[in-house]
Design a binder for this molecule. Structure first.
Ligand code: ADP
Length: 279
């Protein structure tokens, strides 16, 4: 085959791939030579690929609808359970009955939190939520995190120390805040009263490292990877409240931005969570 013939085929293949990328119909020539057979095979493959992409979009939309339905339809019953429980608590109750109603409130709040965490996890996994990385000041993020976690820390007389930083990197403010809040809330929850939490930032050429160090109960070595799985909770925290989704969500959020989370810990001495975010 001469150069002009080859160029024509290359142009057709190029157009075919462009069409596949844009989801347009894929056509091919049907000359009976080997390259054209290859062309036909490629057209078939790209058509199949487009059909799979369409099916994926349909599946993703179905999942999204299902998740929205679950979160929407459970909101009112859960609010009602909470409302009626509060009304009950305002009536004269025996101490035993009061304990039962309080447990009802606690469990309904846990269910509400569990559903909203599962909704977030599924939306992140299916790519329904896309994170928007923009240049932002890390100190603004850390200051707003401190404001939100202050009361929780004060209730346990835990001192949060925070080193100021002038680092400015690309990240999604809202979701990164959510990822770090989960880690800081854990640091507060799993640290005894009068403990300390230190938050610091190291700026490197290609990434920033946000370090959250606590003086809490620590994590056994064999559990350090497991704690990032859905619903994993260590045996040591059975008496603490929690659903085991916080770190899973944090990792999903950080990984979705090209970063990662590492943990170091000494049992009964404390843990260090390091969040790496690319610049
Ligand atoms: P939970 O709702 O149980 O806190 P997470 O997903 O946030 O769920 O954390 C998973 C598990 O990791 C916790 O149950 C706990 O066993 C462990 N963990 C997380 N952070 C800490 C910490 N700062 N100190 C000790 N253990 C921790």
């Amino acid at each position: 085959m001469n150069i002009i013939g080859n160029n024509k085929i290359i142009d057709r293949l190029d157009k075919m791939i462009d069409n596949a990328i844009e989801g347009k119909p894929i056509e091919s020539g049907f000359d009976e030579n080997k390259i054209s057979q290859l062309e036909t095979k490629l057209a078939k493959y790209l058509n199949m690929n487009n059909a799979t992409k369409e099916q994926l979009t349909i599946d993703r939309n179905n999942i999204n609808r299902l998740i929205s339905d679950i979160s929407h339809q459970t909101k009112t019953p859960i609010s009602n359970i909470l409302l009626y429980s509060q009304l009950l608590l305002e009536r004269p109750l025996s101490s035993e009955d009061k304990l039962c109603v309080e447990a009802l409130v606690e469990q309904s709040e846990k269910l509400d939190f569990l559903i909203s965490s599962l909704v977030k996890a599924s939306r992140l996994e299916t790519g329904i939520i896309t994170l928007e990385r923009k240049p932002e000041n890390l100190s603004l993020l850390l200051e707003s995190l401190l404001k939100e976690t202050q009361t929780l820390a004060e209730n346990k007389n835990i001192n949060i120390l925070f080193e100021k930083t002038d680092a400015k990197i690309n990240f999604d403010f809202k979701w990164t805040k959510e990822a770090l809040i989960n880690i800081i809330n854990n640091a507060i929850k799993y640290t005894h009263e009068d403990g300390t939490i230190k938050i610091s930032v190291e700026k490197h050429e290609l990434f920033c490292k946000i370090k959250i160090v606590d003086t809490g109960i620590g994590i056994d070595e064999y559990e350090r990877e497991k704690i990032f799985s859905r619903f994993y909770r260590s045996k040591a925290v059975r008496d603490y409240d929690g659903v085991g989704l916080g770190l899973y969500l944090s990792r999903e959020i950080i990984v979705a931005q090209g970063g990662y989370i590492k943990v170091n810990s000494k049992l009964n001495q404390g843990s260090t969570f390091s969040v790496f975010l690319p610049n």
